[in-house]
Design a protein around this ligand. Structure first.
Ligand SMILES: [Zn+2]
Length: 377
């Protein structure tokens, strides 16, 4: 677990004011830097990612309103794949010397620098370990479940299982989620209810509001109801077993496919599930609040809130994905300063020793990293 620290001299040390604030001079320096940079210099900086947008039958338009996403006209956009290294979509570096490179390219060419030695040894170069999305559930999501690593390996060669977590960014006043089965529901009872179309009676439905954290281990039945925008951090897998789609047609007018047999094999009916592993809140007198939300076998996540004062954290030799939920700041990595605002996702390579927020206003950001690496205090 890593400790962050309040920074008083970050601007000097990070070199932000090294050059005079003259536009032409800045341009020239930028050009000179571009042709003289080594690969390592190109890498050790904040890598802002350009997402892949996904049209979904249940999607909406709030990723534009809330998070500044540029959405195609007239389409229901359900997901913004912020950090994606998957055959179904690859996010790319948005700007700087590596603009246009995919996350896959970064791993194929610079796995050690991006991931760090420990994650590289765990085989993470084959597929980036986490998958980060923003989700706009304008309509309700299907009731679904994801497999664990063992089931995924046995039935979907090369895929991981999926533990995931949600951080609710916005919710209508009466918003709800499906959060598991009711106590005592057996496999037989559930299978019968699926056949009879009565599973809604067997689900735990609970209200949610902005700021809530929801932990969804493999095998846990879940769905988001309508009117919710959330950030999702998950294992890098796109395997979803759909159990029930509220008798709703898909984008093509036909019911979407269900995966009942796999789902019944996957659902954890035993009632005992792994918890998120998060250790909770740490606040200090400098206006810093860190909530250590999750620390599972695949990733760790903390939510960091700053009140306008600068703050720095060490990477501990591991990648960190910074997902900006609200506010704005300057992020300094490897001597480079980048403005960030709500909706921006930035990958900090493992080779960077630290990342510094120079926040002129309030900032809320998620830090997602390998197990044990998200900041805790
Ligand atoms: Zn899910």
């Amino acid at each position: 677990m890593l400790a962050g620290r309040i920074v008083r001299i970050a601007r000097n040390r990070a070199g932000r004011k090294r050059f005079p604030p003259n536009a032409d001079c800045g341009k020239l320096i930028h050009l000179l830097r571009g042709c003289c940079q080594t690969d390592r210099e190109k890498l050790v900086q904040p890598l802002k990612m350009r997402p892949v947008l996904k049209e979904m039958v249940w999607g909406g338009r709030r990723l534009a309103d809330l998070l500044g996403k540029l959405l195609p006209e007239g389409k229901p956009i359900g997901e913004s794949w912020e950090l994606a290294d998957h055959p179904h979509g690859h996010s790319t570096v948005a700007d700087g010397p590596l603009a246009g490179r995919t996350l896959r390219w970064l791993l194929e060419n610079h796995a050690q620098a991006i991931l760090g030695g420990r994650e590289l040894a765990r085989g993470a170069a084959a597929r980036f370990p986490i998958f980060v999305k923003f989700i706009d559930a304008a309509d309700r999501l299907s009731v679904q479940v994801h497999p664990d690593d063992d089931y995924a390996a046995a039935h979907h060669g090369g895929e991981k299982g999926k533990a995931e977590c949600w951080i609710v960014l916005q919710a209508e006043p009466d918003a709800w989620i499906v959060d598991g089965l009711r106590d005592g529901v057996t496999r037989d009872a559930f299978a019968a209810a699926l056949q009879q179309g009565t599973i809604e009676d067997l689900l735990t439905v609970r209200p949610v509001r902005a700021g809530d954290f929801i932990w969804i281990p493999a095998g846990h039945v879940h769905a988001a109801g309508p009117g919710i925008v959330l950030a999702e951090i998950q294992q890098n897998s796109d395997i979803t077993y759909r159990l029930y789609d509220w008798n709703r047609p898909g984008l093509d007018g036909k019911p979407r496919k269900l995966h009942v047999a796999d789902a019944l094999e996957t659902i954890n009916f035993a009632g005992e599930e792994p918890d998120s592993g998060g250790t909770g809140r740490t606040a200090n007198e400098t206006g810093l609040l860190i909530e250590h939300l999750a620390d599972c076998h695949a990733f760790s996540v903390s939510r960091i809130q700053l009140d306008g004062r600068p703050w720095a954290a060490e990477t501990g030799g591991a990648y960190v994905a910074l997902i900006t939920l609200a506010g704005a700041a300057h992020l300094v990595v490897g001597g480079r300063t980048m403005p960030i605002r709500a909706g921006d996702t930035v990958l900090v390579p493992a080779d960077a020793s630290e990342y510094v927020f120079e926040a002129a206003e309030k900032l809320t950001v998620l830090a997602a990293a390998p197990p044990g690496k998200a900041p805790t205090q």
